[in-house]
Design a protein around this ligand. Structure first.
Ligand SMILES: Nc1nc2c(c(=O)[nH]1)N[C@H]1C(S)=C(S)[C@@H](COP(=O)(O)O)O[C@H]1N2
Ligand SMILES: [Mo]
Length: 367
């Protein structure tokens, strides 16, 4: 491969103090849209409102000729057409996905990458077939440790040319809720979400949910590809190997109340009582508590939680706000889960701006 210079594929970096979002980041943000926060009102996010993140191009995959290979460290390499997969056990599950970079643009200093604010999240009803029986049919050998999932999309990232590929520990791949997905919200999986087939690993951040799946390969050594060993690492310094990003940390969002200003998104609400609602989720355990602050995180009020949702589906919450005093306020919300994880008010900075679950802040003017 011809070496690509850094003007084509620049290295990772952190923005200088006061440096704005660049044209390159704006281009990324326009391709990879978030879920408009008013869509928090839907239990299941309508397909076009679900967030979207694609590192390279959306590949064109012809579903009629496409096949999924299951190979590597197995007794019997197998391959499946879409009809083969559709005629197997069928499962539909509500699962919330969140991009690991959600909130990145609000970090200081700001890691230069897809500049998410708070909206890289969505919940869909995913339909597919469990992965574990396919791995058992193929006969993963006792030496197997990881499974690599390869998509059909190709690009270059930080100077490394690659086809999108992620490794997952075999124990996670064998979970019975890990699915090969061909349907979304009762429709065929659309191109932008990975048609004809994607992986679904409930509870994990988005990078694990490989789209346009072409190959499932069982490995007898830990996967060391780019997307696991260089990207998606929690680290402070460039040379620090860092820990891998895995499950989603607890987070709550509020559906912004009132109506917005076009430019600033500041909300305008009338004096009086407002029922604030939103959603909270965690990949570590059930959401057990949501708290709301109307003074920028100074004091917290416990919200009422909605019915216990599916294991990795977001949970609704509501809190009645008596907005008495006219003026500007900052609305914040935070979540806790059954594992005792509490969402931090302030950022826990890391170099790639991943897995940051510092609280959302919504500017509101009461009049
Ligand atoms: N093949 C492939 N799979 C991928 C990606 C990608 O670029 N290529 N992006 C990942 C990332 S970073 C995220 S956050 C999710 C986004 O899934 P969505 O676009 O369906 O919301 O897909 C993941 N799967
Ligand atoms: Mo992501």
């Amino acid at each position: 491969m011809e070496a690509l210079d850094t003007s084509v594929s620049p290295p990772a970096r952190v923005a200088e103090p006061g440096e704005g979002i660049s044209i390159d980041e704006l281009r990324l943000a326009a391709r990879n849209h978030g879920m408009p926060l008013e869509a928090l009102r839907y239990d299941v996010t309508p397909v076009g409102l679900h967030y979207l993140l694609t590192h390279y191009d959306i590949p064109y995959v012809d579903a009629d000729t496409w096949r999924l290979r299951v190979d590597g460290d197995v007794e019997r390499p197998l391959s499946f057409g879409l009809d083969d997969l559709r005629s197997r056990e069928r499962v539909t599950k509500r699962v919330t996905l969140e991009c690991a970079g959600n909130g990145r643009a609000r970090l200081a200093p700001r890691p230069v990458s897809q500049p998410w604010m708070d909206e890289a999240v969505g919940t869909a009803e995913w339909t597919g077939t469990p992965l574990a029986p396919l791995l058992r049919e193929a006969g993963a050998r006792p030496s197997a440790v990881d499974v690599a999932f390869t998509g059909a999309d190709h690009g270059v990232e930080r100077g490394v040319e690659q086809t999108y590929r992620r490794g997952l520990p075999l124990t996670e791949a064998l979970r019975d809720d890990v699915l090969l997905v061909y349907g979304m919200n009762g429709q065929p999986l659309p191109p932008q979400h990975g048609a004809p087939l994607r992986l679904l690993v409930p509870g994990w951040y988005g990078m694990a949910q490989v789209k346009w799946l072409a190959d499932v390969s069982v490995l007898d050594a830990p996967f060391d590809g780019y997307q696991n060993s260089i990207a998606y690492r929690l680290k402070q310094e460039p040379d620090d190997p860092g820990d891998p990003v895995t499950r989603i940390r607890p987070k709550a969002l509020v559906q912004p109340p009132g109506f917005p200003d076009f430019q600033t998104r500041t909300r305008i609400v009338e004096r009086g009582t407002h029922v604030l609602t939103g959603r909270a989720w965690s990949g570590w355990g059930q959401i057990t508590r949501v708290e709301v602050s109307v003074d920028g995180g100074g004091t917290w009020h416990e919200a009422d939680l909605g019915l216990r949702p599916d294991a990795f589906e977001w949970r609704s919450w509501r809190w009645s706000w008596d907005a008495r005093t006219p003026g500007r306020i900052e609305l914040c919300v935070r979540a806790s889960d059954a594992e005792g994880n509490v969402q931090p008010v302030d950022q826990a900075w890391n170099r790639q701006g991943t897995a940051n679950n510092h609280v959302q802040r919504v500017n509101v003017v009461v009049r």
